[in-house]
Design a protein around this ligand. Structure first.
Ligand code: CA
Ligand code: CA
Length: 354
């Protein structure tokens, strides 16, 4: 009798594990093969060799690029080099990526930049918010951009227990923002267990110096976040669910869901075109290839544009799709005046003329 019970238990466990594995593979879009969509006028950006995880572009065409992310479980081509922020002026005929100098006093050696967001204040000061992972912890660094000196002056480091596993942020003012926690756990083993078990413990947090609170929850793994041009709606990508959530923002900064857009790709960062309001997503067509990096079976890149997201039938256009021979693991796509920048988690970045 005892043996039958043991056998039954082993059978149940094996079945549960099998079901979890199938579900995990499905969430990672592990069976998807990519049909290429080419863009004719693109070239790799010189000097960016180890990621451009996030990009934000000011309405005047200055692009900020975060580079050198080290993230548990993901590939890196330079594990010992600290991260950098690059600047590109997209008004130039042949824009170059220039590394921004960072003011003294900031710990550059442990700089591990992830999601970024810019904010222009009433006096035209430009602030750059950067998610940082020194020693794989999460902080948000606030910098002031000094254009004449190509430099960033570090203003403050924000740490908070609710900002535990931050992926991206959207600045709402010089010292307040929304942030996505891509996992509940920050420990890398627990983090992957959380993903594998399909727990919906990922959330969005509002931060200000006087109030910090969870404003949305129940996600598999929220990643990119951005805000509509009229500042009424917040867009959130749930990478593992293949969803973009449109949230309504309220006076007390809480968020309620208006609609969900279902896609066939793992959406990473979101960029909102400051002129049209269109949403651009850098996507991972097949998350298995990203997570289990194999030089013989490279992770591809995909860019989508979403128009009229609030309408009954938003238009989703696949602008670019590539199997990884040019660009591996696209995480962001951002536009300015007919130019498109595509960044990646750990690989290179592409400049295209549309
Ligand atoms: Ca961002
Ligand atoms: Ca991201």
């Amino acid at each position: 009798m005892g043996k039958v019970l043991v056998l039954a238990l082993v059978g149940i466990l094996a079945a549960l594990l099998g079901e979890r594995l199938m579900e995990f593979r499905c969430k990672l879009n592990g069976s998807r093969e990519l049909e290429p969509v080419e863009l004719p006028n693109c070239h790799l950006i010189k000097g960016i060799e180890r990621g451009a995880e996030d990009i934000d572009i000011l309405p005047d065409g200055l692009a900020f690029i975060s580079s050198g992310l080290k993230y548990p479980g993901l590939k890196t081509f330079a594990p010992d080099k600290p991260g950098e922020i690059f600047l590109m002026d997209l008004n130039d005929e042949n824009p170059r990526a220039v590394e921004l100098r960072i003011s003294r006093g900031f710990d550059l050696a442990s700089f591990n930049p992830h999601g970024i967001s810019t904010y222009i204040d009433k006096d035209d000061s430009v602030y750059l918010f950067v998610v940082n992972h020194p020693e794989f912890k999460s902080t948000v660094e606030v910098f002031k951009f000094v254009e004449d000196e190509n430099s960033l002056v570090h203003l403050k480091t924000i740490r908070h227990e609710l900002l535990s596993s931050v992926n991206d942020i959207v600045a709402l003012g010089p010292d307040h923002f929304y942030a996505t926690n891509d996992h509940y756990f920050s420990d890398s083993i627990l983090m992957y267990l959380e993903l594998f078990l399909g727990l919906t413990w990922s959330n969005v947090v509002y931060y200000s110096p006087t109030e910090v609170k969870e404003v949305a929850s129940g996600f598999y793994s929220v990643n990119g976040i951005n805000i509509s041009l009229d500042k009424k709606y917040v867009y959130i990508a749930d990478l593992m669910a293949h969803h973009i959530h449109v949230m309504e923002k309220h006076a007390n900064w809480s968020l309620t869901q208006l609609k969900v857009l279902e896609l066939d790709t793992l959406v990473d960062n979101l960029f909102v075109d400051p002129y049209t309001g269109d949403i651009w997503g850098g996507c991972h067509p097949n998350g298995m290839k990203l997570l289990f990096y194999d030089p013989e079976n490279l992770p591809g890149s995909e860019v989508i544009r979403i128009q009229n997201i609030l309408s009954e039938k938003p238009t989703v256009t696949q602008v670019y799709a590539e199997n990884g021979s040019v660009l591996q693991g696209s995480s962001v796509a951002a536009v300015y005046s007919g130019k498109l920048l595509i960044g990646t988690v750990f690989h290179r970045a592409l400049y295209c003329e549309l």
